[in-house]
Ligand binder design. Structure first.
Ligand code: MN
Length: 236
């Protein structure tokens, strides 16, 4: 190729680039995942011995990551879900294909769950929570008993929730990766406490003993975050 032809070819390539510039920005958007794995607020061994390091590594690094990755794949060809935020996807979950509903729920629920856990330092429920517990359940022990019962009765995989509905504290549970903010939830409300009762959340340490895992959970609840969520629930 002579110099002149090479120059013309470069010019042509440059002008082509200029023309397709908007497409490059679209490509850049597509190359950046819409959703990403949030940073875990503590090291993976921080919840030991109640929730072990290996379970946390796999639960956060593999399971939660898979929900994020699969959600990003599932929204690509869905006009209802594309370019929407997670709150919106959760609110219309019943109108979405299973791949979007399940992975959006998985991403939402785990992102929330990590914030509701904290290293065991003898933390106790705050005054706002205790006020609601006493009004709805009479005592903290009764609340824990009902919460554990909901966890044990959830057949297969799912979640247990403490939710606020009309300023009242309730316990509910959802199958799979559904949650109480979804349009499809049997019992809707604002979640202030969540427990993952999928086997992947406890099997390595507790094997089939879900009840022991639920009992251990109380040691690592982030009650400060629960108090904050009670304040956030007002007006919702
Ligand atoms: Mn999980």
């Amino acid at each position: 190729m002579n110099k002149r032809r090479s120059f013309l070819k470069r010019m042509a390539a440059a002008s082509t680039l200029a023309v397709v510039a908007p497409d490059i920005s679209i490509w850049a958007q597509n190359a950046t995942p819409a959703f990403s794995l949030p940073v875990l607020p503590y090291p993976t061994d921080a919840l030991e011995p109640f929730i072990d390091k290996m379970t946390m590594e796999i639960h956060y690094g593999k399971h939660h990551k898979a929900y994020v990755d699969n959600l990003n794949k599932a929204i690509v060809d869905n006009d209802k879900a594309k370019d929407r935020n997670l709150d919106f996807l959760i609110s219309i979950a019943g109108q979405l294909p299973p791949a979007v509903r399940n992975n959006a729920g998985g991403h939402y629920n785990h992102s929330l769950f990590w914030t509701l856990l904290a290293p065991a330092k003898g933390q106790q429920p705050g005054s706002k929570f205790m006020e609601m517990v006493n009004a709805s359940f009479g005592s903290l022990d009764k609340f824990k008993e009902e919460f554990a019962k909901a966890g044990m009765q959830r057949f297969g995989s799912g979640w247990v929730w403490a939710i606020i509905k009309n300023n009242k504290l309730l316990i509910s549970s959802t199958p799979n990766q559904d949650n109480p903010l979804m349009d499809v939830a049997e019992s809707k409300g604002y979640p202030i406490l969540a427990l993952d009762v999928w086997e992947h959340a406890y099997y390595l340490k507790y094997q089939n003993l879900r009840a022991d895992y639920i009992k251990a959970f109380w040691n690592v609840v982030n009650w400060n975050e629960v108090e904050k969520r009670i304040i956030s629930s007002q007006g919702k």
